[in-house]
Design a protein around this ligand. Sequence first.
Ligand SMILES: [Zn+2]
Length: 260
Amino acid sequence: MDANPGPAAVEEWRCDVVEGFLWHVGALSPHRHRSHIAGLSCVLIGAPALWGLAAEQQYVIGPMGIVVAIASTSSDYLFVEAKHFRTRRQCYAFDLIAIYTYVVTLSVVCIVKELYYFLPVVLAMILIAKFSVLEIGSWSFSCEAWAFRHTSWHVFVTCICMVVHGTIAQAASPWYNRSPASTLDWFILLCAVELGVQLVATMSWMAFHCKDLPSPIDGVKGCNMDAAVPVLSVPEGGSVLVKDVDPPSLDTPKTATMFV
Ligand SMILES: [Zn+2]
């Protein structure tokens, strides 16, 4: 890189980094659209973190959880139908980076708080959910299916955040190790049960429907690559309304295994 790159060169480099990152993590589903229920679920993700910050003085992990909710709302609601594909992809990158940063922060906080048993369990839950509860959104063949499945992913994230912030708040005597249990303990347990049920239900559904899975992406071959063309609605009469078309070269990563 030039020793003194101009603003245009810096901007180009920055976009290359964002798009290079996105190239490797996945592509945007053609069925993403502004759904009010999905938008509401984005905001709810921040509730456990807000509680942790306000009631339990979680000054590190609390703000990170709120950033995750803001990033999610930007990516999945505010800018989900942004005119320019680059804006949509940058918001999506912000969403992913916020989640990764939250997970790293969570790991550090758990080590500091000596939650040695909790940390691997919650990391495993997040990893499994990424490849099941989040992945299932990529199997959507309609806007309605995407809205429902992505909202259910947000519900999962909200519950896992409640378990995380609740457990960190009780680090000295966590809910899974306490007797008699308090009302908060039961609430956290309820969220933990929901996580288990959602994981099992999703993975069972995937097992029965794996034959419907779009083929692994090889360029645009074999997958549901209407994906290169974001068709957002089909009006009565059958003609297809296309909001805008992303350059296929940028929206069809060769190495991606999923759409979100
Ligand atoms: Zn989302």
